[in-house]
Design a protein around this ligand. Structure first.
Ligand code: ADP
Ligand code: MG
Length: 347
């Protein structure tokens, strides 16, 4: 197998990270003083937040999309996520990140509930629909697999293999990010996905209550890999990866007084996420960031900094490209060496 980057499609196209903000509904129980909301939407792209320097003024923000408190899970999916999914079938990477303070709706957005399923179940279902709708005559065979990991305190944990230890993050000579030893499970349908995903998510939730809100300080990363192989020689093979990420809470641990170990954790979290991000954010992917915010005053400063971070992220530029390998007839020794060199690059 030789790995190269094709110049055929998307290579010169530049795609900016799309940034959407989702404001969750106002919750009485989050507003003990009865102050009401401090953020509100203006239209489909704009919102405003009370100015802390002068409460009679507001600060306005403009984003690719603003999803107000009445926005349904389906609307968020259709407007912010569905448009990037087809790239994954064409050997390109795509990613969706939920960002924002703990309590602002990241898990609701990504996972949702049985009654209100979020981005993850909708996106996986759609990937299967897209593959099944592909024309046989195009001559590709598709295979889909999943990995599910958590980055906590600079440790990479395999949620599909709960007894596994910390895994390393590596980069091969073609700058593919991969994690040796990470479980990759082939899935043939949405219900097959659910069978593996549901118990793995429960693993994470159970662990979080035991370990003092661990889920708010860890990143959960679901990776859906779509490999397509040409039916004719030389059996071209393209790999597209979809990252669906529920990020650690964005709250400032210095300000909230979570010092010591927690401060160290939030710093460490960022290093491993940064490495992985080369593959998904600001790297080779079609990326969407959904910044989740809450309307109550107790979130005010975390909301403010989340909005500023989201505004900065609009400037990140991606250059999506197609990763392709070609099976060429070579001498066995050489093939073995090349396979060794490319080893695991598909993770
Ligand atoms: P995070 O993962 O960012 O900490 P959660 O997703 O757990 O936040 O949301 C906090 C609470 O708010 C949960 O009870 C969740 O069900 C509720 N919530 C969040 N977003 C919405 C929404 N858009 N509509 C209704 N309830 C929401
Ligand atoms: Mg959460």
């Amino acid at each position: 197998m030789t790995q190269r980057v094709t110049a055929s499609d998307g290579n010169k196209k530049i795609s900016r990270v799309r940034v959407a903000v989702r404001l969750r509904p106002y919750l009485d129980k989050e507003d003990e003083k009865g102050e009401g909301p401090c953020v509100r939407g203006l239209d489909k792209q704009n919102l405003e937040i009370v100015n802390w320097r002068n409460a009679t003024e507001t600060v306005k923000y403009h984003f690719d999309a603003f999803h107000g408190p009445k926005t349904t899970q389906q609307e968020v999916f259709l407007s912010s996520v569905k448009p990037i999914l087809s790239h994954v079938l064409n050997g390109q990477n795509a990613s969706v990140f939920a960002y924002g303070p703990t309590g602002a709706g990241k898990t609701h957005t990504m996972l949702g509930s049985a009654e209100k399923p979020g981005v993850i179940p909708r996106a996986v279902r759609e990937v299967f629909n897209l593959v099944n709708a592909r024309d046989e005559d195009e001559g590709w065979d598709y295979s889909i697999s999943m990995s599910y990991l958590e980055i906590y305190n600079e440790k990479v944990l395999d949620l599909l293999s709960p007894n596994s230890q910390d895994l390393p993050i590596r980069q091969d000579k073609d700058r593919n990010i991969f994690i040796p030893g990470l479980t990759s499970t082939t899935i043939s349908s949405f219900s097959d996905f659910d069978t593996h995903f549901v118990p793995a998510s429960l693993n994470r939730t159970t662990a979080s209550t035991k370990l003092n809100q661990r889920s708010s300080r860890s990143h959960a990363i679901l990776l859906i890999k779509v490999v397509r192989t040409s039916r004719v020689l030389p059996h071209r093979q393209q790999t597209g990866k979809l990252y669906l990420v529920d990020l650690a809470g964005s709250e400032d641990n210095r300000r909230t007084g979570n010092q010591g170990i927690r401060l160290k954790e939030s710093g460490a979290i960022n290093l491993s996420l940064f490495t992985l991000s080369k593959d998904s954010l600001g790297g080779s992917a079609h990326s969407v960031m959904i910044a989740n915010i809450a309307p109550e005053y107790k979130y005010y400063f975390d909301t403010f900094s989340a909005l500023n971070f989201a505004a900065k992220s609009k400037m990140i530029v991606n250059k999506p490209f197609t990763r392709e390998t070609v099976a060429v007839p070579v001498l066995p020794v050489k093939r073995a060496r090349e396979e060794h060199e490319a080893g695991g690059s598909g993770s």
